[in-house]
Design a protein around this ligand. Structure first.
Ligand code: FAD
Length: 426
């Protein structure tokens, strides 16, 4: 496993690059968290705020995984919404999950505010409709989210949308004023510093090789071990081997991002006059926004099974030019890939193994807010208030059809079908 940051815009614009030492020898903690992405950091910070002694073990560096590479978009709710949850798991479940659907964004804003994290946080996220059918769905989404308490939404017709996104591509949009965007690697590193300011300890380059279950449990790396009362596994798509029972029920997938050279003020105003982030409503969606220093960050597509495509710029730039043809002669400075974890129902997987090993994963591409919620739920559960964690953990976790070998082609075939429907607008 490569354990340095990929050559991304985020790594190049990091606030500080302090390295942390690897774990050597034995140590004791109340809780050992495996993985320093948003799930692990939010859990660690919430626990440290409650007075727990927490050690975080990270195989690479803080924010090495999806959390330090993503689109930086604060997208609320889950990859599937409360209407899907109600149809599949009943009204009570939809109501309970609806109560938590907008909490992750509030947690992020609290952390940024309370710990003075410098991460270019901006308000306002846009869901853009590529056809009439998607616009109808956005009307439904507005009604649904309002029913569950989000009252900061505005529908935009095609003409109004152009005041927010400088393209003729969209039939309309839904603006979520409580959405937004940020520099995800600087958020992760800021959360790590906040955790350390409360006495927490993070070891980098410390890949966990084994969890010896028991009370206490022992978490082992090549050069040390942590004896602890609770373990939290937060490795998501980068985890291998530690949660074998979850591997049939989840699939690492790649998605790629490019970042242009800094754009002139005029061009920034033309593309995104109100500096919102945008994701379209296609199954294989495009997502984009401006960086703090005025570049366009544009992502899209999915590679099932997390293969790393060779030519990311060749893959993503045509998508960007379809939205913004005016960028034809603009240089791309950075291109990178990252892995998220897909589940069959596109809903997150929370669970407890035995009495004291917790996990949360599988946000299916929409994890910036749900990871932060996960940290709060797990910290509360460890503290003895498990009601909300138990609701999430009661969601069924299904295996992918086709097992480990055939799940990739089967899922790619399914995505091809939905992609064709989007292209045909049906
Ligand atoms: C390119 C891309 C764009 C995305 N854009 C968005 C977006 O705009 N909005 C949104 O809501 N979501 C987005 N997502 C999804 C979101 O980034 C993820 O859901 C979220 O960051 C997952 O956080 P995590 O902490 O669970 O996992 P990760 O951030 O992947 O962290 C897991 C960590 O665990 C470590 N680890 C793994 N195994 C071990 C081990 N054995 N020992 C120690 N450490 C270990 C890894 O090194 C890694 O640092 C995107 C994802 C990608 C890849």
């Amino acid at each position: 496993m490569t354990t340095t940051y990929p050559d991304s815009y985020y790594a190049a614009s990091i606030n500080e690059a302090d390295q942390r030492e690897p774990l050597v020898g034995d140590t004791r903690a109340d809780v050992c968290v495996i993985g320093a992405g948003f799930t692990g950091l939010s859990t660690a910070l919430h626990l440290a705020e409650r007075g727990f002694k927490v050690v975080v073990l990270e195989a690479g560096r803080v924010g090495f995984g999806a959390s330090g590479r993503n689109g930086g978009q604060i997208v609320h709710s889950y990859s599937r919404d409360m209407d899907f949850i109600e149809r599949n798991y009943g009204k009570d479940m939809a109501v309970e999950m609806g109560k938590m659907a907008f909490e992750g964004g509030r947690i992020i804003r609290r952390f940024v505010d309370q710990y003075k994290i410098d991460c270019d946080l901006k308000d306002g996220g846009i869901f853009a409709a590529c056809n009439r059918k998607q616009m109808k769905e956005l009307e439904g989404k507005k009604a649904l989210w309002e029913k569950h308490g989000n009252t900061s939404l505005e529908l935009l017709d095609a003409k109004q949308t152009q005041n927010y996104v400088g393209t003729e591509r969209y039939e309309g949009a839904l603006l979520d004023n409580s959405g937004g965007h940020l520099h995800p690697l600087n958020l992760a590193r800021g959360e790590a510093k906040a955790f350390e300011s409360l006495g927490g300890k993070i070891y980098e380059q410390s890949s966990v090789t084994e969890i010896q279950k028991g009370e206490p449990a022992v978490v082992k790396t090549a050069s040390g071990q942590v004896t602890c009362d609770f373990v939290m596994v937060a490795g998501n798509a980068y985890l291998t081997g530690l949660l074998p029972q979850q591997e049939q029920k989840s699939m690492p997938c790649g998605t790629q991002i490019i970042t242009t050279e800094p754009l002139s003020k005029d061009l920034q105003e033309q593309l995104l006059p109100k500096d919102n982030c945008v994701e379209d409503c296609n199954y294989l969606l495009d997502y984009f926004r401006l960086s703090g220093d005025g570049r366009l960050i544009y992502g899209g597509g999915v590679t099932y099974g997390a293969r790393e495509p060779d030519k990311i710029e060749a893959l993503i730039k045509p998508k960007m030019l379809k939205t913004f043809p005016q960028l034809k002669n603009v240089k791309v400075d950075y291109a990178w890939t990252g892995n998220f974890l897909l589940t069959l129902m596109r809903l997150p997987q929370f669970g407890r193994i035995g009495s004291n090993v917790y996990y949360a994963q599988g946000y299916s591409g929409h994890g910036v807010t749900s990871t932060h919620l996960a940290g709060e739920l797990i910290a509360s559960a460890i503290q003895g208030q498990a009601q909300r964690f138990d609701i999430m953990a009661s969601l069924p976790q299904h295996p992918f059809p086709g097992g480990r070998i055939m799940r990739v082609p089967y899922t790619a075939m399914g995505a091809f079908y939905y992609d064709m429907r989007d292209k045909l607008g049906i």
